[in-house]
Write a protein that binds this ligand. Structure first.
Ligand SMILES: Cc1ncc(COP(=O)(O)O)c(C=O)c1O
Length: 464
């Protein structure tokens, strides 16, 4: 039974206790009390099971993160072994331990740019806060105290903490939280289907957006703009792939005004887009990078910020002057998380996961593109093993549904009823399965999604 049809939660069940105790992140809380939770109990491979034993294909890899899938023995054993040996140690005050050292080393080797130093965090959000703080700290250290503003984009998602939540460009993450902070600005969202002018080519659209970015930098004063942050593919904003030539043109503007490019690879990193990193898929070289999620395949929380050595060097003198490099988390480089992340990266190599994902992407993108013909679908978009299906009221005019109709949610519910987990980002259905998915599982996923689209269409028509 789907959540849309069952009556919340009988007393005493986990669902009932959920409704009494949890404050759910990123949830419509009012609706949650009407619908109740989906309580997931177990996972194996690309599937999860709920309390009643019903199986679901996890078409969102959790939250874009369970790259190697569920129940990988080697990762579980690594965690247990590390817990037995050294449950915890930290990196403050010069203390160190093997898992953090080996993981930092491994990440540096994998990077598609000259990464000199690795700073560990616990989540994508705190890592992006670190990015902002490091840009500020660096510019103070080298005597450019005015160069502090960070430019992000409308519909970006970079997290929810005070700085990263400001970088996020989705109104619901700002409204009534008193965000964004004044040092953060937003420029255009690079969504060609929605925001291109009539007759504009992808290249012309990209040129216009790069021109707008340049105007913004000039208006603010280049001496006040420190960095631009971007996801190679925008995830939570609706799986938005950039138009042709976009990053090339953006990078030219950034270089002209000495503005850094912070590459948020929290979703795209580690094989998602058909290359190890999204910046490789789109042909740009970042100044710094954020990774999380697939870094540990979500077995344990860990994130990392990678910076070039030239950025680190002034920090040494600065900390001599101040007495400490005053930033870090208790769990920065947590030994169990680091050991599991390292094992995860080793398994990705041993199992040739990046090549596997790139090969599976052919079938995935074929099946995704085939949905374009469906009467409800305005646009499909994607790259590698990530895709978005935007539902529209009118294919010709691209008119959206009234948001109150919740058409995206209806479709996600139909998927759930049929044993497929997807995520509706408004009326865009996001798909991002574990990277280990096979061709026949890709067919299973898209067969279920196609059925859900038909059911949604029938419901929308009957309700018109
Ligand atoms: C691109 C990107 N950056 C940052 C974050 C924030 O990560 P976290 O939820 O681990 O704080 C996310 C989360 O989805 C993300 O997609």
């Amino acid at each position: 039974m789907s959540r849309a049809t069952h009556n919340v939660a009988p007393p005493g069940t986990l669902a009932a206790r959920d409704l009494e105790s949890l404050l759910h992140p990123a949830t419509n809380l009012a609706m949650h009390h009407e619908r109740g939770p989906l309580v997931v109990k177990r996972g194996e491979g690309i599937y999860v099971w709920d309390e009643s034993g019903k199986q679901y294909l996890e078409g969102m890899a959790g939250l874009w993160c369970t790259a190697l899938g569920y129940g990988v023995d080697e990762l579980i054993e690594t965690a247990a072994k590390q817990m037995k040996e050294l449950t915890f140690s930290h990196l403050f005050g010069g203390r160190s331990h093997e898992p953090a050292i080996l993981l930092a080393d491994k990440l540096k080797q994998m990077m598609p740019f000259e990464a000199g130093r690795v700073f560990f965090g616990n989540s994508g959000s705190d890592a992006n806060d670190t990015q902002v703080k490091l840009a500020w700290y660096y510019n103070n250290a080298i005597g450019r105290p005015a160069k502090k503003k960070i430019i992000s984009r409308a519909k970006a998602y970079h997290g929810v903490t005070v700085a990263s939540g400001s970088l996020t460009g989705l109104p619901a993450f700002h409204r009534d939280f008193d965000l964004p902070i004044p040092q953060v600005l937003h420029t255009d969202c690079p969504h060609y289907y929605r925001f291109a002018e009539p007759g504009e080519t992808e290249e012309q659209f990209a040129s216009r957006l790069a021109g707008n970015l340049e105007q913004l930098i000039l208006k603010e004063g280049p001496e006040t703009v420190a960095a631009f942050i971007a996801e190679p593919v925008m995830g939570a904003g609706g799986v938005i792939t950039p138009p042709a030539t976009y990053f090339e043109k953006i990078v030219a503007v950034l270089e002209k005004y000495d503005v850094w490019l912070i590459d948020d690879e929290v979703i795209c990193g580690f094989g998602r887009t058909g290359n190890p990193f999204g910046c490789e898929t789109y042909g740009f070289t970042p100044t710094t990078m954020t990774v999380a999620k697939a870094l540990s395949s979500a077995y344990l929380p860990i994130s990392a910020v990678l910076i070039p050595e030239w950025m680190y060097e002034p920090f040494i003198e600065q900390s001599r002057k101040i007495g400490i490099f005053g930033h870090g988390f208790t769990y920065s480089g947590h030994p169990v998380c680091a050991a599991v992340a390292l094992k995860n990266l080793e398994l990705m190599e041993e199992r040739d996961i990046f090549a596997h994902a790139a090969t599976r992407a052919v079938r995935f993108q074929e099946r995704l593109a085939a949905l374009d013909d469906h009467p409800l679908v305005g646009e499909t978009r994607g790259v590698g093993l990530v895709g978005g299906v935007e539902l529209v009221a009118d294919k010709d005019t691209k008119a959206t549904f009234d948001a109150t109709r919740g058409v995206g949610l209806i479709c996600a519910d139909c998927c759930e009823a049929d044993g497929l987990i997807v995520r509706n980002l408004g009326d865009t259905i996001a798909i991002c399965p574990p990277l280990i998915i096979t061709d026949s599982q890709i067919d299973e996923l898209f067969d279920k999604l196609a059925r859900a689209l038909d059911q949604t269409l029938a419901l929308v028509r009957s309700d018109a």
